[in-house]
Ligand binder design. Structure first.
Ligand SMILES: [Zn+2]
Length: 351
């Protein structure tokens, strides 16, 4: 039935019975043996219908009103500096979070400068998360500015990452090998399972204590999937144990250490900066000496230099995706992203 009035019209203004006295709306007509029994039954029936109409009206209202149909608590508005963090927060937060990523798709976090509009988005989030350790210094800088007052989680504390930060943005080619803290934390699923997921779950629970059980439950389920994922990657990459590769930028140190591969050189020691001819010659020399079989390139980077280097030591170039963020075949979930990367490394390392 169409409903147009106030929420409780029938309760506020019950229609008068057509005949007779004030009815006993709540009475039980069968228990009343008087002469007025028939009338009372009819009146009572009318009121039962009236109450039915009232219930119908109320249910229509409940079904049609988004405010009432939605969960009691709106999702926590989260901003993540980079895509892999968004994937992790979504895995733990589920429908209780709404995650926005600052970094545009297909853009490297290294050397990225957010626009004022992107900074505003971060400032509007209820909670935000960044990697730290020099990976997303722009996010760290934002913490000192307009978003600093917002609750947030920077995974690598600035004190631990400051040395690496300088290293990461070195002007000189010093063989940048992530000698400080390698900020590509998410490329080790075991580290994700044992450290990142518990910290994210705890931080979300602090923001939404009422949802803490949901976060803990999803975190536990995700951790189980990560154990399975780690077993899958271990098995999938076992045939290439000890195999050497050249990375486009120094992203794969943790991944390689976990799965028994060797990242022996990087094409761009300062991500986003084209290497010198001297550096390229050193990379070729190292690749030959270490019997590297491939250069792992990345979407969004010009592969020209990598192709030149690979051709010189007789390796192949294979695209993997350390920073995530392109969705689709690149992986809509963290597990998808890592499976994609496992496939890329299998293709790269096959003799
Ligand atoms: Zn990186």
């Amino acid at each position: 039935m169409p409903y147009t009035g106030s929420p409780f019209p029938l309760a506020a203004h019950p229609r008068p019975a057509k005949r007779g006295s004030v009815p006993r709306a709540e009475g039980n007509p069968a228990a009343d043996g008087s002469a007025a029994n028939g009338l009372t039954r009819r009146v009572s029936r009318f009121f039962r219908r009236a109450r039915l109409r009232q219930l119908l009206a109320l249910s229509v209202l409940l079904l049609s009103s988004p405010a009432l149909a939605a969960p009691a608590v709106s999702p926590l508005r989260v901003s993540a500096s980079v895509h892999p963090l968004a994937l992790l927060v979504r895995a733990v937060g589920g429908e209780d979070v709404k995650v926005d990523v600052l970094l545009p798709p297909g853009v490297s976090p290294h050397g990225f400068e957010p626009t004022p509009a992107q900074m505003r988005r971060l400032a509007e989030a209820e909670w935000w998360i960044a990697v730290g350790g020099g990976l997303d210094p722009w996010a760290e800088r934002l913490a000192e500015g307009v978003s600093g007052g917002r609750p947030h989680l920077i995974l690598i504390q600035p004190s631990a990452g400051s040395a690496h930060n300088a290293d990461h943005n070195a002007d000189h080619e010093d063989g940048h090998r992530h000698s400080g803290v390698d900020p590509h934390l998410w490329l080790d699923p075991v580290l994700v399972r044992d450290e990142l997921v518990p910290r994210i779950s705890a931080a979300l629970s602090r923001q939404r204590p009422a949802q803490a059980k949901m976060f803990a439950g999803r975190a536990a389920a995700f951790q189980q999937r990560l154990t399975a994922l780690d077993a899958e990657l271990t098995a999938g990459l076992a045939p290439y144990k000890g195999g050497a590769f050249v990375a486009f930028h120094g992203a794969w140190g943790r991944f390689a250490a976990r799965y028994g591969l060797r990242e022996v050189a990087v094409v761009e020691p300062s991500p986003g900066r084209e290497p010198s001819a001297r550096w390229m010659a050193q990379v070729v020399e190292t690749a030959r000496r270490e019997h590297a079989v491939a250069v792992i390139i990345e979407p969004g980077f010009n592969p020209r230099v990598a192709n030149t280097i690979a051709a010189q030591f007789g390796g192949r170039t294979v695209t993997a995706n350390p920073e995530g963020g392109l969705g689709g075949t690149w992986g809509a979930t963290y597990e998808d992203l890592m499976r994609y990367n496992m496939g890329a490394f299998r293709a790269a390392m096959t003799p």
